[in-house]
Design a binder for this molecule. Structure first.
Ligand SMILES: Cc1cc2nc3c(=O)[nH]c(=O)nc-3n(C[C@H](O)[C@H](O)[C@H](O)COP(=O)(O)O)c2cc1C
Length: 364
């Protein structure tokens, strides 16, 4: 049903401005009576950060920024949904147009700049569904004009940790000037110390909530050494690798659109994001699990992420080109991979290729 509906709707959505198409998709998900996806095979289940995921496929942050449709996405078969990025106060983000499709490359560039309805609106929606079950995380970010950006993260942890399944600290958006500087060792250490401290205060009254750190794929390996070192020392529960890239791979075909400022996502991001994931995996030494994101548009790409070190995966851009049927396609590809190797669980594949991936030539 949803497949047929989508096949009919996609050409229409593609004729629209990407941001209008997105708003319409959110409205449709909020209103349409959605069929519930078939229950997941138990071999796809993943335990990570103290949570039980029915399958490893998550909706990446940025699709449901204001937590309007997390339950619709869970119904459609996602194993978890990351809502946000939410900022403390509402803000509009950058002027439009600010999202661009690179059709020939199956990619996208965005410079949204944390457009958010703000913490109050998002909190109200998450609180209303808090007992609905399913894993729904929240990705948090600082307001563009915040006098003290670290204080914004602390405030959001205090508000959201009691009702979200997990909280992601997003310091890797390329579209808020200076935000990525929080990834540098000293700034990151100060941020994580205060964030983890806030989380501990909340834990005493509301129980523990995992805190994850989402990084950019554009860090140098020396910067990655530092980021992983600080994340381990401050005992975050996991890392997400990663956000969009400011680089423009030489292989891009949509040369004109590629000149737009902003973060690149989708298929052209896959090689870099997977390399950074493997580099992170070998540095983390199993201290915590990783979520692999960036360019997943097939079962093979999902499996490559897991073999490079991801316990869980997330995707966004490929849904624009492949539709929601991709989720079921990835599940069946992962089950085939397990059957091929006579394995009972995906955990046996996590990181199997990490060392090999880090030995390859750097993706260009
Ligand atoms: C339009 C758009 C908006 C996004 N907004 C956010 C966001 O608010 N917060 C965030 O952490 N990542 C955001 N992302 C990044 C995605 O979560 C993901 O890390 C990135 O797109 C790579 O995955 P993909 O290639 O599957 O799209 C956004 C991506 C896109 C395309």
């Amino acid at each position: 049903m949803i497949g047929l509906f989508e096949r009919l709707a996609r050409p229409f959505l593609h004729a629209l401005d990407p941001e209008d198409a997105h708003s319409l998709t959110i409205k449709m998900l909020a209103c349409a009576p959605l069929p519930r996806a078939a229950g997941d095979d138990k071999r796809l289940a993943v335990r990570a950060f103290g949570l039980n995921f029915p399958n490893p496929i998550g909706m990446a942050a940025g699709f449901d920024k204001n937590a309007e449709v997390p339950d619709a996405l869970l119904r459609l078969g996602f194993g978890f949904v990351e809502t946000g990025t939410v900022t403390p106060l509402p803000q509009r983000g950058n002027p439009r147009p600010r999202v661009f499709r690179l059709n020939a490359d199956r990619g996208a560039i965005n410079r949204l700049g944390f457009n958010s309805q703000g913490a109050e609106a998002v909190l109200r929606r998450l609180a209303a569904r808090a007992n609905a079950g399913g894993i729904v995380g929240i990705n948090i970010g600082a307001n563009k004009d915040a006098a003290d950006r670290v204080a914004d993260y602390v405030r959001l942890i205090e508000r959201f940790a009691p009702i979200a399944s997990y909280v992601t600290i997003n310091i890797s958006s390329p579209n808020t000037p200076g935000l990525r500087n929080l990834q540098q060792a000293e700034a990151l250490d100060d941020l994580l110390a205060r964030v983890i401290d806030a989380r501990e205060r909340v834990t005493r009254r509301a129980g523990p909530t995992p805190v994850l750190l989402k990084i950019a794929p554009d860090l140098s390996l020396a910067e990655l050494d530092d980021a992983v070192g600080v994340a381990r020392a401050r005992r975050v529960d996991g890392m997400i690798v990663g956000n969009t890239t400011l680089t423009r791979p030489a292989s891009l075909r949509e040369m004109k659109i590629a000149k737009e400022a902003g973060g690149l996502s989708g298929r052209p991001l896959l090689p870099l994001a997977t390399r950074m994931l493997a580099e992170t995996y070998v540095r983390v030494e199993s201290a915590f699990p990783l979520i692999g994101v960036g360019g997943i548009d097939s079962g093979a790409a999902a499996l490559a992420k897991i073999r490079a070190g991801a316990s869980l995966i997330q995707l966004y851009s490929a849904l624009v080109f492949r539709g929601l049927g991709l989720v079921a396609e990835i599940k069946s590809a992962l089950l085939s991979a397990l059957e091929r190797d006579s394995l009972d669980s995906l955990s046996e594949l996590v990181g199997a290729d990490a060392a090999a991936v880090t030995a390859e030539a750097w993706p260009g």
